[in-house]
Design a protein around this ligand. Structure first.
Ligand SMILES: [Zn+2]
Length: 236
């Protein structure tokens, strides 16, 4: 697979929808608690002083799709959680929580799909349909993304995985030179979407990451679940 690099990942003018940061802040505060959340925002503020405003919930953006958030704010939250000592499993759980918040509020394609899903037989059909809907909803948020194929959703029958390719690099915006993929919250978002549609947890691996100087963040999602969602939170 050859992927051409898009310029968003390091574009200082890259703007993201308000709901991205709303979900990230809401999920982080719910899972880390008041004190944990406070140290994350303190850490974020030391990386980027503008982040200080997020201590106050009144400064959080609304959960809409207007493109008003600097991409660096979004990636800085996740970097701050890592630097404040958050492990991979914690980041994945935050991602799962963002999927739950997202399902409650946004995504017409996703909502329609969920209704259809309940009539589909078996894990594989449901998981495939919801992941396709996630890709569609993400592309609908950004004008031009569909033409650019900024997000690709493919099925690899030989390997037994769906491949979710994100060429925007938004969740690790501006990060480079990392040795291992860093988009655990994104990974959790995909795990969460599958859980909500099927009741099962599946393994999601990030096999390429723009923070590692790859041309895209690429996630591979197993066709087979590894357990019931209530028993396994993060699947990592
Ligand atoms: Zn990545």
């Amino acid at each position: 697979m050859t992927l051409e690099r898009l310029g968003f990942h390091t574009d200082p003018k890259r703007m993201l929808p308000n709901f991205y940061i709303f979900q990230a802040l809401t999920a982080s505060k719910q899972l880390l608690g008041e004190d944990g959340f406070k140290s994350v925002i303190n850490r974020a503020t030391s990386i980027l002083p503008e982040m200080e405003k997020y201590h106050d919930e009144n400064n959080w953006p609304p959960a809409n799709t207007d493109l008003e958030i600097k991409a660096i704010y979004y990636s800085t939250i996740f970097r701050a959680i890592e630097e404040a000592g958050g492990g991979r499993a914690q980041l994945v759980d935050i991602g799962i929580k963002t999927a739950q918040i997202g399902f409650e509020s946004l995504g017409p394609a996703m909502k329609t799909s969920l209704l259809v899903l309940k009539k589909l037989p078996g894990f594989r059909w449901r998981a495939g349909a919801v992941l396709k809907a996630v890709a569609d909803d993400l592309m609908d948020v950004f004008p031009g993304d569909r033409e650019l194929e900024a997000i690709l959703f493919q099925q690899d029958d030989d390997k037994g995985v769906w491949r979710f390719t994100d060429r925007t690099g938004d969740s690790c915006w501006g990060r480079t030179g990392q040795k291992k993929p860093v988009c655990h919250v994104y990974r959790g978002g995909l795990i969460g979407a599958v859980q909500l549609a099927t009741g099962y947890t599946t393994s999601v691996k990030e096999v390429m990451c723009m923070a590692c100087d790859d041309p895209a963040c690429v996630f591979e999602i197993d066709f087979e679940p590894i357990g019931k969602a209530k028993d396994l939170k993060s699947g990592s």
